[in-house]
Write a protein that binds this ligand. Structure first.
Ligand code: GLV
Length: 329
């Protein structure tokens, strides 16, 4: 029996051919064939003895998984810009490089953010159901009234790449843009975006739309809790395309049910996926889509190519094109 000399890798889901073909050519690759993520024991078995792993945001990378992979492991390439599913410190301690896919999904995610904002403001899902249900009887002066987007105030929480791309769109809609972030953007960026810094409480109180663009970590988990929601206008709409746990789900259900805010439009939820009988889905003022921020063909192709670049660099012991722990050299 001959042993394959190529690096051994586990790819935790089928990804676009733009990346997968290069991985399977260069590596002895096991590609998880399921439509659903591997169960934990399947993931742990799959990574055993691998030089590299390509993970998705549904795969938890922690000490247990790194132990299961073993000493050969050199790289975890995450097929996402967010990497809250990866214990980066644990990887760094073991000299394992971690890669993500920043930049290539910025515009697609900003597009979905705006689609959600517009859909919630102008009640598009309800309006479409109205037509489909045969309820469209005439042009109704009082029917399906929404709120204006143009001229409204948008509060952007997290002015990173995606937050900035959302701000650029908001300018086109004639919106006033406030932002909050850990660090203040330069005067040049503020001017270019027409965005004004505001402390978070002030942003929440002044905004007609609040859009979340922070990464998930210990400081942002539960950032939008009952107290934050209570600060928002009763006419305001919350948009979340970042990570579900940035919002306290129970508090959001209460705020939407009791009219503390007017609506929410969510691409991400906690838990994810949201069970079909979840309380959020019973609320007419809550629009939920299934984490599709980056879901365009071109964007997913670019993410696949980038994740492949990271994986292949890592198994060869080279720095990754987009490495989140550059201290691993
Ligand atoms: C998707 O949510 C990503 O982080 O890429």
């Amino acid at each position: 029996m001959t042993t394959d000399p190529r690096p051994r890798v586990f790819v935790a889901r089928r990804i676009p051919a733009a990346g997968l073909a290069r991985i399977t050519e260069a590596c002895d690759a096991t590609v998880w064939p399921g439509e659903l993520p591997p169960a934990r024991d399947e993931l742990l078995a799959g990574v055993t003895g691998c030089d590299g792993i390509l993970t998705l945001l549904t795969d938890r990378v922690d000490d247990e998984l790194l132990d299961a992979a073993g000493l050969r492991l050199r790289v975890v390439s995450n097929f996402a810009v967010g990497f809250d599913n990866v214990d980066v410190a644990a990887c760094t301690r073991r000299g394992v490089r971690v890669g993500n896919t920043p930049g290539v999904l910025t515009e697609a995610t900003a597009d979905v953010t705006f689609a959600l904002l517009l859909a919630a403001a102008r009640r598009l899902p309800e309006a479409a159901d109205h037509v489909r249900d045969g309820a469209w009887r005439t042009w109704d002066p009082l029917g399906l009234l929404g709120v204006d987007v143009h001229g409204a105030t948008l509060g952007i929480v997290g002015l990173g790449r995606i937050g900035q791309a959302v701000a650029r769109r908001a300018t086109g809609f004639g919106m006033r843009v406030l932002y909050h972030g850990r660090t203040r953007a330069s005067a040049a960026v503020e001017t270019a975006l027409g965005a004004t810094f505001a402390p978070l409480p002030e942003l929440l109180e002044a905004s007609d739309f609040v859009s979340l663009h922070v990464s998930l970590d210990d400081r942002t988990r539960g950032l939008v809790d009952a107290a934050a929601l209570a600060r928002m206008k009763p006419t305001a709409i919350l948009v979340n395309t970042s990570r579900g746990p940035v919002v306290d789900t129970d508090a959001l259900v209460t705020a939407l049910r009791d009219g503390m805010i007017a609506g929410a439009a969510l691409d991400v939820t906690d838990p994810e996926p949201l069970p079909a009988d979840h309380r959020l889905l019973g609320l007419p003022n809550c629009l939920v889509v299934p984490h599709i921020g980056s879901a365009t063909r071109a964007t997913r192709d670019r993410m696949a190519a980038m994740a492949a670049d990271n994986l292949l660099a890592g198994v060869e012991g080279r720095p990754l094109p987009t490495q989140v722990n550059p201290e691993v050299r």
